[in-house]
Design a protein around this ligand. Sequence first.
Ligand code: PMP
Length: 389
Amino acid sequence: MNDNFISDYIKNIEISGIRKFFNEVSNYPNAISLTLGQPDFFVPQAIKKALIDAIKDNKTGYTSNAGIVELRKEISNYLKRFHIDYLPEEICITAGGSEGLFDTFIALLNPGEKVLIPKIAYPAYESLTKLVGGEPIFYELDNNFNPNIEDVEKKIIREAPKILILSFPSNPTGTTLSMKDRQDLYNIIKNNNILVISDEIYSSLCFEEEYYSICQYEEILDKIILINGFSKMFSMTGLRVGYICCNEKYMKHIIKVHQYNTSCAPSIVQWALVEGLKNSLDEVEYMRNEFIKRRDYVYNRLVQLGFEVNLPKGAFYIFPSIKKFNMSSEEFAYRLLKEGNVAVVPGSAFGEGGEGYIRISYAYSMEALEEALDRISKWIKSLKSPGLG
Ligand code: PMP
């Protein structure tokens, strides 16, 4: 087909590298895949029951665009646990965090405007920027994948981006926001003409004692759009519900995009989530503890194998360096798949800064992780790489 029929903005973006690699894995039926950000737990029982009840009660029509007020109230209460204050009127329920991000980018960005994105990040931020004709620019991270605060400030002053992206706990690095960085970012945001999109989709999977978020500062809350959702929290990626929180002055525009996009999030899932937030938080805690065990296991095995790797503090990804193998991350991932029968995502799928790393998702059973690490170990031993035993 003639490419001329396709929008220039769309031609300019690529299908996600994560999906690309996941699709490739289907050609290797014996491979263990550690590629997806999808927990292997079942949806909590109470949520399943509430879903079925909602169908039986015929709660299957459109809801209001913003979503049912019962759920927005529960979300507003739930966020208080994280010391984040949004009123139910400041919340819009979406078809996943993905839709939340999409609506927000469309509503805020004009062609040519800049978005300041972490140098290693979830691919949607860069693609959505380009999809609207915006210009992605990037801030550096330090060796532990924390934001380089000086660079953030420098880029804001020199390049005047309209939007700053914060994404903690991070996909793919597992980094969380530290108290100090939160304070420094607060000062920068307060003193500059910038809006923040804070993607906190993994907030329920923070392994630290304290959860730090830029949204905890009341004084700058009118400069922040919070994106969150339930895919990871309740292990329900296919049920497609997330939410946007922001001041009414942005919400009244974002909701127009949401309205033309999906009208409303799936009704029965909204009703089931009211139940979930009331009665399934123990299950979330159980899953978080299981992820901590898996994280420790994978981290220790990788260290034993000689990988340079940071201990993730949240989400369910680990991002070891593969620089000493003298291969690109794509070559490493393809060879590990073909020769070692394990699929991981090349770091380059997360932007230029991700080159030299691979992303391993540990949202898989302990048995799968054990077998995968045995295979990785065997494969590495078959390579004649210096410095790795
Ligand atoms: N943000 C980040 C950082 C993610 O990793 C994901 C899913 N992988 C999303 C947003 C979107 O998730 P969903 O649409 O399932 O809520």
